[in-house]
Design a protein around this ligand. Structure first.
Ligand SMILES: [Zn+2]
Length: 114
């Protein structure tokens, strides 16, 4: 992914409208591209600052935006990983099912395996 693509996805990343594949590619890019990461951080800060103004008006407490973004990235990466594991599991199940079908066919045609 290049910088132009990455930067065009920043808002979608923040409002969570990217697909798992896009999140994966996007994170891969920003983790190695300081200028896109900065861009993401700025947008992230603005987004959360606005949301916070809306949500808990007047509540005390400082919050570390840099850390919030890091936690968000960690969470998203975990989600990407989980989705990958689920996919691998699904593929394994399909292969197993295919294998069972083959076994069934072999048995049907009277070819003994053991
Ligand atoms: Zn970049």
């Amino acid at each position: 992914m290049d910088c132009r693509t990455a930067q065009s996805l920043i808002n979608s990343y923040i409002d969570r409208s990217l697909t798992i594949e896009q999140v994966e590619q996007f994170l891969k890019h920003v983790e190695h591209c300081p200028s896109c990461y900065d861009e993401l951080e700025i947008n992230f800060i603005v987004y959360y600052a606005l949301q916070r103004l809306d949500e808990d008006n007047g509540k005390e407490g400082t919050f570390d935006m840099h850390q919030l973004l890091q936690e968000d990235i960690k969470r998203r990466r975990r989600r990407v990983r989980h989705s990958r594991i689920k996919e691998s599991f699904l593929v394994a199940m399909i292969i197993l099912a295919g294998f069972l079908v083959v076994l069934e066919l072999l048995e049907t045609f009277g070819i003994l395996l053991m």
